[in-house]
Design a protein around this ligand. Sequence first.
Ligand code: CA
Ligand code: CA
Length: 352
Amino acid sequence: MLLLLLPLLGALVSAVEVKRPHHHFYEESKPFTCLDGSATISFDQVNDDYCDCKDGSDEPGTSACPNGRFHCTNAGYRPQYVPSSRVNDGICDCCDTTDEYNSGVVCENTCKEMGRKERETLQQMAEVAREGFRLKQALIDEASKGREEKQGKLAELQEGKKSLEEQVETLKTHKEAAEKPEKEAVEIHQKAWDGECPPAGPSHVAIPSGNPLLPPPTHTHTPIFNLARIIFLPSFSVAQNARDQFEEAEKSLKEMEESIRSLEKEISFDFGPLGEFAYLYGQCYELTNNEYIYRLCLFNRVSQKPKHGGSETNLGTWGSWAGPEDQKFSVMKYEHGTGCWQGPNRSTTVSV
Ligand SMILES: [Ca+2]
Ligand SMILES: [Ca+2]
């Protein structure tokens, strides 16, 4: 009787046997060695619903081994391993339905749909990444162009500075030359004021008015005094003109030097390996919480101001990139802010 039943049982088992996984470890023509090497068994002991290997690797298609893992091929989606305990437990775990091959539960094969959704998501992510790269490249190109422009401008300014310095030097000489007769005239005037007789001079006629170098007019002008005043005025006018020109040129030179300094500073900033952070230069952002308004001006400074009035506190000026070695450009450090009460200076760390 038993002999008669055995082939029948074998037929039943093979009817539900699931030949899986399609993996190079499982070759039907050869004996199977457990993946942990604990035993070698004949291939018909693979997926025979009896646990032979300690690691459960002989039963990838049944729940015979408590530590076994069931492999779903999930054609159209991603292959997956589920714990053997989930095989035929009445719950659909594999999208290709194969974990429920003998539980009577009817699972719907959702692999194709899941694969389609995953591909869509991946495509969207890839598009976002491509867009990001495009943007980054545009920023790099812009930064490179900006840097070239700044360097060109700097060279131009430095050239201009040289000629302006020469101009200032020339105007200074002119000024000094023009101030000499003026000085002499002042001396003459002073002598006249003191009641002495001035030497003969050109007979200019002018109306004295509000000259800061001359004593104020009074009602007791003597003819000599008036003569001195007449000699003085033209030399004052020439000297004043020379002074104005010199001062104006000197002011332009100072402005130019300031522009050079500012450009040199901007060029010296570390805007990332390819200058991709240059676009952030000079941009400011504000964050308000219950108490304070925080203001971050990138590559410049961070400050904090009480929301309901009061003075601003410096939380640090641009220092350096301070991320970990492999991500240096992920953190910005602003340092040397206002000192804390009996403590160190404030500083701010900004995560980019
Ligand atoms: Ca087995
Ligand atoms: Ca299941």
